[in-house]
Design a protein around this ligand. Structure first.
Ligand SMILES: Cc1cc2nc3c(=O)[nH]c(=O)nc-3n(C[C@H](O)[C@H](O)[C@H](O)COP(=O)(O)OP(=O)(O)OC[C@H]3O[C@@H](n4cnc5c(N)ncnc54)[C@H](O)[C@@H]3O)c2cc1C
Ligand code: FES
Length: 514
């Protein structure tokens, strides 16, 4: 957390403010006993909760109030103003709450409320329908979020989280950003400490790769031959980086980036490297480029497209991102591919040869669905799920990068690779495992960070026929709306966080009914 964010600012809310100073629908940051507090008004109701998001301490007063929730401007976490609960990822921990007192036309924020205890035990009829155990395959965004939510909802039967990784669930987006740049400590990277899993009796097993699923007998078999029965199964195996099949691509200078181990290896190599070549001008490739520039390496980026990110973000944002990287010293070789790697030397399709101490390949990922395919589950360039995230097999759910689901916003069956979507799908799948029948209807959201510029994107536009640009992308202050037949499908913003939240809230209103 930055020191500025932690410093109390605004009025002393314990001393009181005039009711007129906070309009209906407004939020105000102040402080009480040295703690940053958000005061929010909805009609005649007033709420006081912690002012900083429990994800990465985003300033909630700069977010958006929707109904009785507040949405964080940075990565769109959503909290209940009534209870402080983090109702939607990427935050998991609740906000503290304070008692609010109105005296005539004055409002006072009084004592801090004790943290809400566990939710009341669900009715016996609901518990009776719960599965005898839940096994989650995949210790990433979706798997972690599902395990956390099962316990938060009071599920008290065995939960096993099987992960092929050697590290506990980690903040994967950070692996190409601050951690790689050297500005985030390693202690920030695990989503939770080992105590978290112990306290909640989540049986987290690392280096535990599942080799087979037997849907008929509700059993999974691990690579080491051990078998585990399940009542309900969640598949959250994520995606694997596409490996380039070209001569020399297995050279020791070549790296891919998916796991903490991968990021550590790049950090170690960057320690002695002076030059880096990034193959792939995608989000990950460019974030890696930015982080390696922060480590003062000379960075070249090769990609087949005419403009970076154009396929997802359109030409205008693609150009803005390119300009930003060039300003920071990145050299692009676009419209080209790498045809050969020999030791530290890469040959480009245009004939140029580039020598680099470190080569990072970021040319996309493939959903890890081999396990599901072998078990006979329906697949379609991803694992097919219904609106409740259930696969074609009873009792088996899927979430995250592998899942292709019916998106009520675009009207298409889509699969995305977004951190927050994976976590929210994990949460919805967990509720459905508990019998809630909750449709997954969240508006897709992702962000990407390049130097100090963060791009937020809500919605999903695989294709569009027009864009509307507001503000100035060149000045890092703008909005691009992607339209089809006049209907907004997606909105990308730079430094316009509230507009991004407003676009998300607007899209939520127009989701096709379930
Ligand atoms: C470096 C990097 C930066 C990113 N930055 C962003 C960003 O800024 N914004 C954004 O929205 N998204 C970002 N993403 C994408 C985001 O991280 C993914 O969309 C998200 O992690 C998907 O979650 P998941 O749970 O589906 O898969 P993962 O988080 O990949 O987790 C999959 C888990 O499954 C395990 N597994 C796989 N097969 C098996 C098996 N057979 N048995 C047991 N376990 C298995 C893996 O070991 C892993 O633990 C980034 C991704 C990377 C790699
Ligand atoms: S800081 Fe609030 S969602 Fe990330």
């Amino acid at each position: 957390m930055s020191e500025d964010a932690a410093k109390p600012s605004g009025p002393d809310l314990a001393a009181g403010i005039a009711l007129d100073d906070i309009a209906d629908g407004a939020m105000l940051q102040g402080h009480v006993n040295g703690e940053a507090v958000l005061l929010a008004r909805r009609g005649q109701e007033l709420f006081a909760v912690g002012a900083l998001c429990t994800h990465y301490h985003g300033p909630l007063a700069e977010g958006l109030m929707v109904g009785d929730t507040v949405r964080c401007p940075w990565h769109h976490a959503c909290f209940s103003l009534r209870t402080g609960e983090a109702v939607r990822a990427p935050a998991f921990d609740p906000l503290p709450r304070w008692r609010v007192q109105r005296q005539n036309d004055q409002v006072f924020v009084r004592d801090k409320q004790p943290a809400s205890g566990p939710k009341p035990a669900p009715a016996e009829a609901e518990r009776a329908a719960w599965p005898a155990s839940v096994v989650i395959v995949g210790g990433g965004a979706a798997g972690f979020a599902a395990a956390e939510l099962l316990r938060r909802e009071g599920y008290d039967r065995p939960v096993t989280l099987l992960s092929a990784d050697d590290a506990p669930p980690c903040d994967r987006p950070n692996l190409s950003k601050d951690y790689l740049a050297g500005t985030a400590k390693e202690s920030w990277i695990p989503l939770k400490s080992p105590k978290f899993y112990e306290k909640r009796a989540i049986d987290l097993r690392l280096n535990a790769r599942v080799a087979a699923i037997d849907p008929r007998n509700r059993r999974v078999t691990l690579a080491d031959g051990k078998a585990l029965d399940y009542g309900a199964l969640l598949l959250a195996t994520g995606a694997d980086p596409v490996r380039l099949d070209l001569p020399g691509a297995d050279a020791s200078a070549v790296h891919y980036l998916r796991t903490l181990g991968d990021s550590r290896a790049i950090v170690a190599a960057a320690g002695t490297a002076k030059t880096a070549l990034v193959i792939g001008a995608s989000f990950i490739g460019l974030e890696v480029a930015a982080s390696l520039r922060a480590r003062k390496l000379d960075v070249h980026v090769v990609g087949p497209e005419a403009r970076p990110l154009e396929r997802v973000m359109g030409p205008e944002l693609g150009d803005a991102v390119r300009r930003l990287h060039e300003k920071q010293g990145v050299v692009f070789h676009l419209g080209q591919t790498v045809t050969k790697i020999a030791g530290r030397m890469a040959t480009l399709s245009g004939g140029t040869s580039l020598t680099a101490d470190l080569i990072v390949i970021g040319v996309g990922v493939r959903p890890a669905i081999a396990l599901a395919e072998a078990a006979g589950l329906a697949t379609d360039k991803g694992l097919t799920v219904d609106e409740y995230l259930q696969t074609s097999a009873p009792g088996i759910y899927a979430a995250g990068d592998i899942a292709r689901w019916p998106d009520p916003h675009s009207g298409e069956r889509i699969r995305v690779e977004h951190w927050v979507v994976a976590e929210r799908q994990g949460q919805t799948a967990a509720r459905n495992i508990l019998g809630r029948r909750e449709r997954f209807d969240a508006v897709p959201f992702f962000w990407s960070q390049h130097y100090d510029m963060a791009i937020s994107y809500v919605g999903h536009a695989a294709r569009w026929d027009a864009t509307k640009i507001e503000g100035s992308l060149a000045d890092n202050d703008g909005t691009v709306t992607f339209l089809s037949a006049g209907r907004p499908l997606a909105v990308a913003t730079i430094f316009r966080d509230r507009d991004s939240l407003a676009a998300e809230a607007e899209m939520e209103k127009h989701a096709a009914p379930g």
